[in-house]
Design a protein. Structure first.
Length: 222
């Protein structure tokens, strides 16, 4: 078997780059294309395209697509996105994970806002460890004990439960850190409809399989 060099894209015509952008955008199917989505499915490097057109947004506009970049995104959205990635992966996300697992924001957004990827992670940990803000209760039938807390846990509380359970299913031990196909859910131990509160002590981590496989006597009503 002979060795071969990968082709260089230095002299690829602009029209070919733009055609590939449109191809990936069509596959994504929502009329918009992020840097991360193109990095996963594009034939060329997103950085190559950025350098050619001066910016990612300029390339997107040249391809006739709507710019997906949002400026001045609130810190809380950036941090909540990190929490979503952390729970989806079952471990601390790495910089290159943002191009693989459908992050809403690029790593550069974090590095610019928090002056470094590590500092962004530190900011998220401080955010996740903070006390849960007060939230108005959801509507429930009069006299329902569970009505004193909202039915759905916040992302911050979800993260605390999964971190306590080490991002493993509390029944079968499955974890997305070992099997990317595993999806983790948060369930009430005492169902909310039966008066169980949405608080750390009454929540547990279950994989989708165990959650859907529980009987009516289990916590799935939560």
């Amino acid at each position: 078997m002979s060795f071969q060099l990968e082709p260089q894209h230095r002299n690829v015509p602009d029209a070919e780059l733009l055609a590939d952008i449109r191809r990936v955008a069509a596959e994504v199917g929502n009329g918009r294309l992020t840097w991360a989505a193109y990095s996963r499915a594009g034939s060329f490097g997103a950085e190559t395209i950025r350098k050619r057109f001066g910016s990612w947004n300029a390339a997107i506009e040249s391809a006739g697509l709507s710019v997906n970049k949002r400026w001045r995104v609130p810190n809380v959205e950036l941090l909540e996105n990190l929490g979503e990635l952390w729970t989806r992966l079952g471990r601390q996300p790495r910089r290159d994970d943002l191009c693989r697992v459908g992050s809403r924001f690029s790593s550069s957004a974090y590095e610019q806002r928090f002056r470094g990827w590590r500092r962004a992670l530190e900011a998220f940990v401080a955010f996740a460890n903070a006390n849960e803000p007060a939230a108005p209760p959801e509507f429930a039938a009069p006299g329902s004990p569970g009505a004193s807390t909202p039915r759905q846990p916040s992302l911050r509380l979800r993260f605390k439960v999964m971190r306590r359970d080490r991002f493993h299913c509390s029944q079968c031990g499955a974890s997305p850190s070992r099997d990317p196909g595993v999806e983790l859910h948060i369930d009430h131990i005492v169902p909310w409809s039966r008066g169980g509160h949405t608080e750390l002590e009454n929540l547990t981590t279950l994989c989708a399989k165990c959650n859907l496989g529980k009987s009516d006597l289990g916590a799935h009503e939560g």
